[in-house]
Write a protein that binds this ligand. Structure first.
Ligand code: FAD
Length: 404
């Protein structure tokens, strides 16, 4: 930094779009970039472009609260997030990039006997999947998190579920690391290039129209998170997706005081402390459909109240800033990684409020699907047609909302 950026080399090239690629990824978020990386690395497909309408890291991948965990309950999600966490554990070595992955542990609190029962069931499912989890008593929690309010009577703390391998990562570094890794393998990352049309002939995809001209490709992957409904509509599809805003907040930098990720089981509130010292926290969706990447004040108040209920000490911290991202919500809270009815057109979406932890696993399995036309075993249940047939729904909405 003291060199005034002189002599620094860009992490990825800034190529002009070619007229044709073997595959196009629409969306340069975490999922799009990781898909391109694994297409190149695992499947030798390097004549690929990632088309991003803004800049790399400007979407949800750079807006989330960075929680990474593998403590899902239902078959389908369970094996997927387990696989994704294993990829996280080797990611820095794989990308040769410091994404500041920190396995500081996540504690999901419970506040009643019923919630304890549900936590025990979840814990057993997590262990059956081969992942780590521990049931904490109220005394255990008090020892680890002495700063919580153990006196308040409305939502008394009964205990918690601890996953030690869960934690956080530096979100935009994940995007940059994957972008650099993909670029090094020959992938063209094209920023400021919005896809405005999808060309289809005789039931097969032929390419896309963009603000920088038409580009041909026989394989196209839609990976645009909150914009999934709009981009799929370009191909004549109506997705089972609603887009909602989720806000996040960060305080001024403080000395280290919170050394886990903590999730409130009653009040839609989760928190961790960044390596810079800011307390990073969030809550629930702003409950109206919107494409605005900013939130409203009632949810700000709700999240602050939940924080004060759980840890009154937070009232002394000054809030520095807040922001919002657009969430692609499915009816069952679980994602979609699938082919479409158009040959060569694939879709990866529906990550709701929990898709950051999914970035490695999603890219890995979506690349597998795009390259081989078959589902990777870790993501085999993320079928689009479950919303048409009702078969194979995975209603795990609460897991995302409470724990993020
Ligand atoms: P994005 O980064 O949004 O990528 C999609 C990209 O597509 C964007 O860059 C967009 O510009 C581009 N695009 C859209 N339309 C077009 C077009 N027509 N042409 C070209 N490009 C286009 N998940 C967790 O696991 N843990 C958390 O703690 C967590 N907290 C969150 C907190 C907040 C406040 C938010 C907003 C999200 C949170 N999430 C969390 C969810 C997670 O961030 C998302 O699920 C995930 O990042 C979405 O995938 P992505 O990274 O590919 O999305």
């Amino acid at each position: 930094g003291l060199s005034g950026n002189k002599g620094w080399t860009p992490h990825w090239r800034n190529p002009e779009p070619k007229s044709e690629y073997d595959a196009i990824i629409i969306g340069g978020g975490g999922h799009g970039l990781s898909t391109a990386y694994y297409l190149a690395k695992n499947h030798g497909m390097t004549n690929i472009a990632v088309l991003e309408k803004g800049y790399i890291g400007g979407g949800n991948v750079g807006r989330n609260t960075t929680i990474v965990r593998a403590n899902y309950f239902l078959p389908g999600n369970s094996e997927f997030y387990s696989h994704s966490l294993k990829l996280w554990e080797g990611l820095e070595k794989d990308l040769n990039y410091n994404v500041m992955h920190s396995q500081r542990g996540q504690i999901a609190l419970f506040h009643s006997d019923g919630q304890r029962d549900a936590a025990v069931r979840r814990g057993n499912a997590i262990r059956n999947q081969g992942d780590d989890v521990e049931l904490l008593s109220r005394e255990d929690v008090q020892r680890l998190l002495p700063y919580l309010d153990y006196e308040q009577a409305r939502f008394p703390i009964y205990g918690g579920l601890l996953q030690k391998r869960a934690g956080t990562a530096r979100h935009d570094a994940v995007a940059w690391g994957y972008a650099r890794g993909a670029d090094q393998r020959g992938v063209d990352i094209i920023q400021n290039c919005e896809v405005t049309g999808i060309d289809i002939e005789n039931g097969a995809v032929k390419g896309v129209q963009t603000t920088r001209g038409a580009i041909c490709a026989k394989k196209v992957g839609i990976v645009v998170a909150g914009r999934s409904g709009q981009v799929a509509a370009l191909a004549g599809m109506r997705l089972p997706i609603e887009s909602h805003v989720l806000q996040a907040f960060v305080t001024e930098g403080l000395k280290p005081c919170i050394d886990h990720v903590v999730s409130f089981g009653m009040g839609h509130f989760y928190i961790s402390q960044s390596d810079k010292g800011g307390l990073v926290f969030g809550g629930d969706l702003d409950f109206y459909a919107s494409y605005a990447a900013r939130g409203n004040l009632p949810m700000v108040e709700h999240v602050m109240e939940a924080g004060m209920t759980l840890m009154p000490m937070i009232g002394k911290a000054k809030l520095l800033r807040s922001w919002g991202g657009i969430m692609d919500m499915t009816p069952d809270g679980s994602p979609i990684i699938d082919k479409t009815d158009t040959k060569g057109l694939f879709i990866d979406c529906g990550w709701c409020y929990g898709g950051f932890k999914a970035v490695p696993g999603s890219g890995y399995s979506f690349a597998h699907l795009m390259a081989t036309d078959t589902h990777h075993e870790s993501a085999a249940k993320f079928r689009l047609d479950r919303f048409r047939t009702g078969v194979g729904l995975m209603d795990e909405e609460g897991t995302g909302a409470q724990h993020n």
